[in-house]
Design a protein around this ligand. Structure first.
Ligand code: PGA
Length: 248
């Protein structure tokens, strides 16, 4: 059985004080222990959020990292820095980073490998644009992204990777993929893992859907066989919504 994973991606929202306030609100609720909850806070809040999460089962995630351990990379944050804070997860290759910050399949691959080296679990984001979907190319695009991102990732490490299928046209738009479309792509990705690694890897890897997931859509989504969780932007900023996603 795969442990469901619901991760909140706060993006460039929440100052330190706002972050703590949100965590305190979430802590007022009882969370389902059968679901792994993760909050991916901005760098500046990570340390304080880590402290605020003490005594809870909620995991901490970052939204990005550099692939080098240290060096002359002005403005960047290394995996070692994140590890020292106690970060468990790191989003890698989010479409906003690919789109606005020129992240390529190659840099995404380097980040995945470095994250694993440091014991940080990558939440690897893949997904097609609207044009690609309309051209019927979504599987081709996603397959390339997945295989390139996992180049030289060893079989022993693959169970620590979470893949988030996020069709770009569904992110922050209020448009969501149907639960069937989401499930079909998650199944497609699972088969790619099966072909690249083996049956055990295929069964173990967790695959999320992301893109305008809301409390009223989560239940149907999570009922699907190949959807193991959700990566959530907007709804993760509201304590009640995030809690109801976890307690779906
Ligand atoms: P959204 O964002 O839930 O606001 O669509 C999802 C994401 O970008 O991970």
């Amino acid at each position: 059985m795969r442990l469901p994973i619901i991760a909140g991606n706060w993006k460039m929202n929440n100052s330190i004080s706002e972050s703590i306030k949100l965590i305190e609100e979430i802590k007022n609720h009882v969370l389902d222990k059968g679901v792994e909850a993760v909050v991916c806070a901005p760098y500046t809040s990570l340390n304080e959020v880590k402290k605020a999460l003490e005594g809870t089962d909620i995991r901490l995630g970052a939204q990005n990292m550099h692939w080098e351990e240290s060096g002359a990379y002005t403005g960047e944050i290394s995996p070692a820095m994140l590890k020292e804070i106690g970060v468990d997860y790191c989003i890698v290759g989010h479409s906003e980073r690919r789109q606005y910050f020129n992240e390529s399949d190659d840099t995404v691959n380097r980040k995945v490998r470095t994250a694993l080296k440091y014991g940080i679990k990558p939440i690897l984001c893949v997904g097609e644009t609207l044009e690609e979907r309309e051209a019927g190319e979504e599987e081709k695009v996603v397959k390339k992204q997945v295989l390139k991102a996992l180049e030289d990732v060893k079989k022993d490490d693959i169970a620590d990777v979470v893949i988030a299928y996020e069709p770009i046209w569904a992110i922050g738009t209020g448009k969501t993929a149907s639960s069937d479309d989401a499930n079909n792509m998650c199944n497609f990705i699972r088969n790619i893992i099966g072909n690249k690694y083996d049956e055990a890897a295929k069964e173990r890897i967790r695959i999320q859907y992301g893109g305008s997931v809301k409390p009223n859509t989560i239940k149907e989504l999570m009922a699907k066989e190949d959807v193991d969780g959700a990566l959530v932007g907007g709804a993760s900023l509201i304590a009640e919504d995030f809690v109801s996603l976890i307690n779906y």
